[in-house]
Ligand binder design. Structure first.
Ligand code: NAD
Length: 275
């Protein structure tokens, strides 16, 4: 049973679909939940829901790419709740400018929204958001964990970190970097008793991938059909299906010897060769 009484949990991207769900779930275990998001209103809605249900939460406007802002937010959190015990690096996502139209090279689409047309700024945006957006909050909030017990960090990798998905080379590469960074941090922080793990969700319909999965009339795209055919369970995941693994990884008792793992939560996508 997860016990987060008096634990300060900092979650980035907490206004989004996956992390708002994770935040609401963790609030039930008596944690003090700090919801960081670029979109303050979205994070604040989650905070209001948690508080209305008897939990303890507060929203903070924060850009995970601005270290100075993160340090200021940390100071506010210290005043509101105390130092951080658990950090969930949830902010992340893809961007249209870093997405090709075709899956593989074709003469018919040469230089038309293909690999050669990918926008350099878009690629940089995606790498920054996912990698630096995990690196900087870790630098800022893991300092709070030094000298304490029961602290851990949870990163969000992705299925595309194991095998890249077509169309989204920057996002796949950036998530591979998150899995790699998770292992680096687990090693680095082991002497400080800070465990670092990651979940690698398969396919969950959220704001950042809706355009790839459904057309403007909300019909499944051909990509959705391919995804579901490649998922042995034949469906998208539901956010609540992440909670079991998240709760385990954050439990300082049940997961006391678990660090540096990346757990796929994907309905079997990663296990299936397609044949
Ligand atoms: P989402 O778009 O619903 O949520 C992302 C949140 O991050 C948004 O609230 C957004 O405002 C916030 N954000 C964006 N840039 C930010 C910044 N610079 N600073 C602070 N906050 C910022 O997406 P989601 O699907 O819930 O994604 C959560 C995490 O899960 C991401 O890291 C994503 O890459 C990962 N993931 C999602 C899926 C999926 O199928 N949806 C699969 C694997 C991994």
């Amino acid at each position: 049973m997860l016990d987060l009484k008096n634990k300060v949990v900092v979650i980035t991207g907490a206004g989004g679909v996956i992390c708002s769900g994770i935040a609401e779930n963790l609030a039930q275990y008596n944690a003090k939940i700090c919801l960081l998001d670029l979109n303050y209103d979205a994070a604040n809605e989650v905070a209001e829901r948690i508080n209305a249900n008897g939990g303890m939460a507060k929203a903070y406007k924060a850009n995970v790419l601005e270290k100075d802002t993160l340090i200021k937010v940390k100071e506010s959190i210290h005043a509101d709740f105390g130092t951080c015990d658990i950090l969930i690096n949830g902010a992340g996502g893809n961007n249209k400018r870093a997405t090709t139209n075709n899956e593989v090279f074709s003469n018919d689409t040469f230089l038309k929204d293909d690999f050669f047309s990918l926008n350099e700024d878009g690629v940089r945006f995606v790498f920054d958001l996912n990698f630096l957006g995990t690196f900087l909050p870790t630098q800022v909030f893991a300092q709070d964990m030094i000298g304490k017990t029961g602290c851990s960090i949870l990163n969000i990798s992705s299925m595309n970190a194991f095998t890249p998905l077509t169309k989204i080379p920057a996002y796949s590469g950036a998530k591979a970097a998150i899995s790699n960074f998770t292992e680096y941090l687990a090693t680095y922080f082991a002497p400080a008793n800070i465990r670092v793990n990651a979940i690698a969700p398969g396919f969950f319909v959220t704001k950042q991938n809706k355009d790839l999965l459904f057309d403007k009339d909300n019909n499944p795209t051909p990509r959705t059909k391919k995804i579901l055919n490649a998922t042995p369970m034949g469906r998208f995941g539901k956010v609540e299906e992440l909670f079991g693994a998240v709760n385990l990884l954050l439990s300082s008792e049940d997961a006391s010897f678990i660090t540096g793992v990346v757990i796929p939560i994907d309905g079997g996508f990663n296990a299936y060769s397609g044949v």
